[in-house]
Design a binder for this molecule. Structure first.
Ligand code: NAP
Ligand code: G4F
Length: 328
């Protein structure tokens, strides 16, 4: 039986990947950090089918022991300090986790069993101040945040371990991917959740930063398939995973409010508090290599994604309200 270890299993992608691998018949193991509260909300319906182990990308010995105990055939390194604004406030922590954490897990694999296949969650943030459009696997990087710089280090370490030790190590350069499980601080979910609350009369404004920022947004459920396909290929390589289409934050907001029959301009307020010291103004990836070599392509369109997120948040907000009323 194939077995996979997922770091970051409690995050958005971890939850979708765990479900995807279970459906493929994998034995799924997840690494989770110890906290004073349990962060298992996204994987609540899977906990009886997966095995969770305590560990942290900051702890080399724990990682070595974990790889030895689990003995996986594949490792998916999804764990990271993944929120760009936090990386400006906590650049050293971000470097420790998002950059050096990659080396720690690569070292654990190299020490215990260099035949384990490895996936690194790299990011389109590495393209930053983009040098060409659309961005491909060959586009030079120009990161614009401590997060982007950290991801670039993790990317090159993955390439380096592949070249130095002949390891099956792949780097997926994933463009923004969203879902109803997206963290509430990221702009898409911040919008869909606010729309649902406004529609239910629980909130009357939404404060956002740079409305002109353009992103190539896809659906997380589609993107985890690309991660898996990379580790099933004949040889390890790096791939851009994206839709090839970009939209502004303004367009996302407009479509999300329209879904609830609301006019976005009546509710959205631009607040400089959400501007970044340096922003990535535009991102648009060329997924041609992933299509040609892995047979991967996105299934969910931008419009379907926005509608799915708003609809799910509306259901969630209504359920929260019902529960509150029942408790009164
Ligand atoms: P996410 O929801 O923020 O999840 C991050 C995960 O990392 C959580 O499970 C978190 O655990 C874990 N984590 C954080 N610090 C850790 C540490 N020191 N040791 C162990 N685990 C730690 O991120 P996501 O959206 O699923 O993204 C998955 C990966 O893809 C990340 O590496 C992200 O940077 C990268 N990526 C994401 C996108 C995107 O658009 N979503 C695009 C490109 C690349 P807790 O639950 O305990 O906090
Ligand atoms: O949703 P965001 O916070 O995502 P960002 O910075 O693009 O990063 C995400 O995607 C990366 C892939 O490119 C991942 F690697 C990373 O881990 C993360 O998942 O912001 C998107 C854009 C930015 O330009 C930001 O300035 O939206 C703009 N924005 C405008 N108002 C806002 C807001 N972003 C947030 N979070 N909150 C706002 O109020």
């Amino acid at each position: 039986m194939r077995s996979a270890l997922i770091t970051g299993i409690t995050g958005q992608d971890g939850a979708y990947l765990a479900k995807f691998l279970l459906d493929k018949g994998y034995q799924v193991h997840g690494m989770v950090r110890r906290g004073s509260t349990l962060p298992f909300e996204r994987i609540a319906d899977l906990t009886d089918q997966i095995t969770l182990h305590q560990g942290d990308l900051l702890d080399q010995m724990a990682l070595n022991r974990l790889i030895e105990t689990v003995g996986p055939t594949e490792v998916y390194n999804l764990a990271a300090q993944s929120f760009v604004p936090t990386s400006f406030d906590q650049p050293i922590l971000t470097g420790e986790v998002t950059a050096l954490g990659v080396t720690r897990i690569l070292e654990a694999i190299r020490t215990v069993d260099a035949n384990i296949r490895f996936y690194q969650a790299s990011s389109s943030e590495m393209f930053g101040k983009v040098l060409e459009e659309p961005q491909t696997e060959k586009t030079p990087f120009w990161p614009r945040s401590p997060y982007g710089v950290s991801k670039m280090y993790g990317h090159w370490m993955t390439v380096n371990y592949r070249e130095s030790y002949n390891m099956f190590a792949c780097s997926g350069i994933l463009f923004n991917h969203e879902s109803p499980l997206r963290g509430i601080e990221f702009v898409t979910r911040k919008i869909s959740y606010a729309v649902a609350r406004i529609a239910q009369g629980l909130q009357n404004e939404l404060r956002l930063g740079n409305l002109d920022a353009e992103r190539d947004w896809g659906f997380a459920g589609d993107y985890v398939e690309a991660m898996w396909l990379m580790l099933q290929a004949e040889k390890p390589d790096d791939y851009v995973v994206s839709t090839g289409k970009k939209h502004t934050v303004r367009e996302f907001a407009q479509l999300a409010f329209e879904r609830s029959g609301l006019d976005w301009e009546k509710y959205v307020i631009v607040d400089e508090k959400f501007y970044r010291p340096a922003d990535v103004n535009t991102l648009c990836g060329d997924p041609a290599k992933a299509k040609q070599e892995l047979g991967w392509q996105p299934k969910v369109s931008f419009e379907q994604l926005v509608h799915m997120m708003v609809d799910e948040d509306l259901k969630r907000v209504k359920a929260e309200q019902k529960l509150k009323q029942e408790q009164l």
